[in-house]
Design a protein around this ligand. Structure first.
Ligand SMILES: Cc1cc2nc3c(=O)[nH]c(=O)nc-3n(C[C@H](O)[C@H](O)[C@H](O)COP(=O)(O)OP(=O)(O)OC[C@H]3O[C@@H](n4cnc5c(N)ncnc54)[C@H](O)[C@@H]3O)c2cc1C
Length: 402
C-alpha cells in the first residue's frame, strides 16, 4: 500500500499552491473583483486565466496533447483540493463545474469530429458549456427515467420539445449537452445531444435565483420548442443517454468532492487563525478544549474525506467505476463541508458571519453540495443497493499483484 505522490505531482502541486496564494487569494479581498452574482468578475477571470496559462498550470486534468497537464483522477485529487483553497480557484484553472465534467465526458465518448468542434474550444477556455438534464415535476430530477423532454425523428432530423431547469452556466454557455427521451426502454430510452447557443428552437425562460453565489451564466430554465438537430449531434449513439450521464456524473461527483475539500481546509484555516489570535476570559480561544474539539473533528473529517476521495480516484484509474466509493465520498464530503464551515463561522464569532472573510460565501455555496449531482438520500439508496446485491463482496479489499 502506497499513499505517497510522485515527485512530478508534488512539484506541480507546490507550484499551483504558490500560484493560488500569490495570485488568486488576494483577489477575494476586493469587492470589485466579484460579479453581480458573487463569482469572480469575467474580465478579472480572463486576465487571471492568461497568467495561469503562462505559468504552465492550465487544465491539469486534460491530456498533454490537447493542451493540459495530463493528470488522471489521483493527480486531480491533489491539485483540485489545492486550487479550491480559493473560491476563485477552479474557474481560473479551467477545472470548474460544469465545464470540467463536460470536458471529461466529451473526451471519453465523443467522435474525433465532435471533439474538434465541441470539446477543444472548452479546453482552450474560448467557450463555456452546460449539461441539461433536470426538469420540473413531473419530469426527471433524482430519477432520470422520468425525463419528459423528447427527441423524435422527423424527416431525417431530431426534433426536441420540452423543458429543463437549474441548468448551471446556461446564460454564458455556447456548447450544451442535452439529455432527452428517445424511447420507452428503461435503460436505452434516453439519448444525449450536442447543441449550440445559436441553434434555433430553444430559449432561456429565466435565470433562477439561488441562496448561494452563482456559477457564471447562473442556473437557468430552458424551453425547447421544435429544436431540430442532425444525427451528428448525437453523443455516443441513440439510447446511450443514461450511460453518458452515469459516466459524466461518476467523475464529476468526485471532482466536486476534491474541490469541496479545498474549501473545507480554507474554512478550518480561517477559524484556526482567528482562534490563535483571539483571547477571552483570560486565555486564547485556541487553548480552550471545546474549540480544539471542533478543530480536531474538522481536521479528521477532512482527512477521512481525502482518503475516501483518493481511494475512489485510484479505483477509477484501476478500471473500476467505483460507484459505491463515489457515492460514499459524495455524502461524506458534502456533509463535512457544511459542518466544518458552520463550526468555523461559530469559532470566528461575528467576523465569521460577515463578508470580511470567505466563510459566509463557502457556507451559502456549501448547502447545494447536499443536493447537486445526486441528493444524499439517493446516494444512500445506491450504496444500500450495492450492499444488498454484493453482500459479502461489498466489503472485499481487492488483492493486488505480488
Ligand atoms: C445549484 C444547483 C445546480 C444544478 N445544476 C444542474 C445542471 O447543471 N444540470 C442539471 O441537469 N441539473 C442541475 N441541478 C439539478 C440537480 O441535479 C437536481 O436538483 C438533483 O438531481 C435533484 O433533483 P430534484 O431537484 O428534481 O429533486 P427531487 O428528485 O424532486 O428530490 C427532492 C428531494 O427528495 C429526496 N429524495 C429523492 N429521491 C430520494 C430517494 N430515492 N430516497 C430518499 N429521498 C429521496 C431528496 O432529499 C431530494 O433532495 C442543479 C441543482 C442545483 C441546486
Amino acid at each position: 500500500m502506497d499513499f505517497s505522490i510522485d515527485s512530478k505531482l508534488e512539484a506541480d502541486h507546490a507550484r499551483l499552491q504558490a500560484f493560488v496564494t500569490k495570485h488568486i487569494v488576494p483577489l477575494e479581498a476586493d469587492e470589485k473583483n466579484f460579479d453581480a452574482y458573487g463569482n469572480i468578475d469575467l474580465a478579472v477571470l480572463q486576465s487571471l486565466r492568461a497568467k495561469v496559462k503562462q505559468a504552465g498550470l492550465w487544465a491539469p486534468q486534460i491530456p498533454i496533447e490537447q493542451g493540459g497537464l495530463g493528470y488522471g483522477p489521483t493527480g486531480m485529487a491533489v491539485l483540485y483540493e489545492a486550487m479550491n483553497y480559493s473560491i476563485f480557484g477552479p474557474a481560473a484553472f479551467n477545472c470548474a463545474a460544469p465545464d470540467d465534467g463536460n470536458m471529461y465526458i466529451l473526451n471519453k465518448v465523443a467522435t474525433k469530429e465532435q471533439k474538434d468542434r465541441w470539446l477543444q474550444p472548452i479546453i482552450n477556455g474560448d467557450v463555456r458549456s452546460s449539461f441539461a438534464m433536470t426538469e420540473p415535476a413531473p419530469g426527471g430530477g433524482s430519477d432520470p427515467s422520468m425525463i419528459r423532454t423528447t427527441a423524435k425523428r422527423v424527416n431525417g432530423k431530431w426534433v426536441i420539445n420540452g423543458r429543463k431547469w437549474y441548468i448551471t452556466g446556461a446564460g454564458e454557455a455556447a456548447h450544451f449537452i442535452l439529455v432527452a427521451k428517445t424511447g420507452d426502454a428503461a435503460r436505452d430510452g434516453l439519448t444525449a445531444f450536442l447543441f449550440h447557443r445559436d441553434d434555433p428552437g430553444w430559449h432561456i425562460e429565466r435565470r433562477i435565483g439561488i441562496m448561494g453565489p452563482e456559477e457564471h451564466g447562473g442556473h437557468c430554465e430552458l424551453i425547447f420548442d421544435k429544436m431540430e438537430l442532425d444525427d451528428d449531434r448525437v453523443l455516443m449513439g441513440e439510447g446511450k443517454g443514461l450511460k453518458v450521464t452515469q459516466v459524466r456524473l461518476g467523475l464529476a461527483r468526485l471532482t466536486h468532492c476534491m474541490r469541496w475539500l479545498g474549501l473545507a481546509k480554507r474554512a478550518v484555516n480561517i477559524a484556526s487563525d482567528y482562534a490563535s489570535n483571539r483571547s477571552g476570559f483570560g486565555i486564547k480561544l485556541i487553548d480552550r478544549e471545546s474549540i480544539q474539539m471542533k478543530l480536531g473533528q474538522a481536521a479528521m473529517d477532512i482527512e477521512i474525506g481525502r482518503v475516501m476521495v483518493m481511494r475512489a480516484a485510484w479505483r477509477i484509474e484501476q478500471g473500476s467505476k467505483a460507484r459505491q466509493d463515489i457515492s460514499m465520498a459524495k455524502i461524506h464530503v458534502s456533509q463535512l463541508l457544511n459542518r466544518v464551515t458552520s463550526d468555523a463561522i461559530q469559532i470566528c464569532g461575528a467576523r465569521g458571519y460577515s463578508t470580511d472573510t470567505v466563510l459566509e460565501w463557502i457556507y451559502r455555496y456549501g448547502r447545494q453540495a447536499l443536493l447537486v449531482d445526486g441528493a444524499t438520500e439517493v446516494h444512500q439508496m445506491v450504496i444500500s443497493r450495492f450492499l444488498q446485491q454484493a453482500n459479502e463482496e461489498f466489503w472485499e479489499w481487492g488483492v493486488g499483484q505480488d
